[in-house]
Write a protein that binds this ligand. Structure first.
Ligand SMILES: [Zn+2]
Length: 209
């Protein structure tokens, strides 16, 4: 088994004070920093939207963030403007040890198409290339953490499992949006049902020594 660490969207806009702040989102940063040195290969994803991305409520007259509209025949949750390409909010968390990142994968770059997963857009029309990138390096297992547990982490984990990767989710390395109370725990349960192993980072660090 050859494994990599996958850090999902640990970006300023998802931290407290950011445009799409996840409660305690900053708590995942020290977990990521502690785990990175234990891995030979570390990948980080970035939500990376053009300025007028259609996942932004501001692009839809009469809609507020967190409402749902229809876009090209699919339900689309509308978000605050977030992670605009090159903007500070799209940058990695300042406390994240970015020197430990070997590869960055960006997603959500097409205006009409949202991409929660680091592997595919939400309608599975286009791959980001991450699966091929990992398979070319003989990586077959991913240890995943980041933001947000009930959105981008969940979609990433489900796609990773479908792509044939083994997945370990770091329970204390994720936090969720919880648009509805309980969404985060439901997402963790769903990832487990889909085949992910759920561990605490302390167990992982002990096991990797
Ligand atoms: Zn986004």
């Amino acid at each position: 088994m050859k494994q990599a660490l996958l850090l999902v969207d640990i970006q300023n806009d998802f931290l407290p004070g950011g445009a799409l702040a996840v409660t305690e989102g900053d708590a995942v940063v020290p977990v990521a920093n502690a785990l990175m040195p234990a891995f030979d290969y570390v990948v980080a994803s970035q939500d990376w939207h053009p300025p007028h991305h259609l996942s932004f409520a501001a692009e839809h007259a009469g809609y507020e963030p967190f409402q749902v509209t229809e876009l090209d025949g699919h339900d689309q949750v509308l978000w605050p403007v977030h992670c605009v390409q090159g903007a500070p909010g799209a940058g990695f968390a300042s406390a994240l040890d970015i020197a430990g990142i070997d590869h960055v994968v960006r997603k959500g770059m097409e205006r009409r198409l949202d991409s929660y997963s680091a592997f595919y857009d939400n309608h599975h029309l286009n791959a980001t290339g991450l699966a091929d990138h990992l398979k070319a390096r003989d990586i077959d297992h991913l240890v995943v953490l980041g933001l947000a547990a009930d959105v981008c982490v969940k979609f990433t984990v489900v796609d990773a499992l479908a792509e044939g990767f083994g997945v370990t989710l770091v329970r204390d390395g994720v936090r969720g949006v919880d648009m509805q109370p309980g969404d985060t725990q439901a997402a963790i349960d769903a990832m487990q049902v889909a085949g992910a192993t759920i561990v605490d980072s302390s167990e992982l660090l002990t096991g990797l020594k």
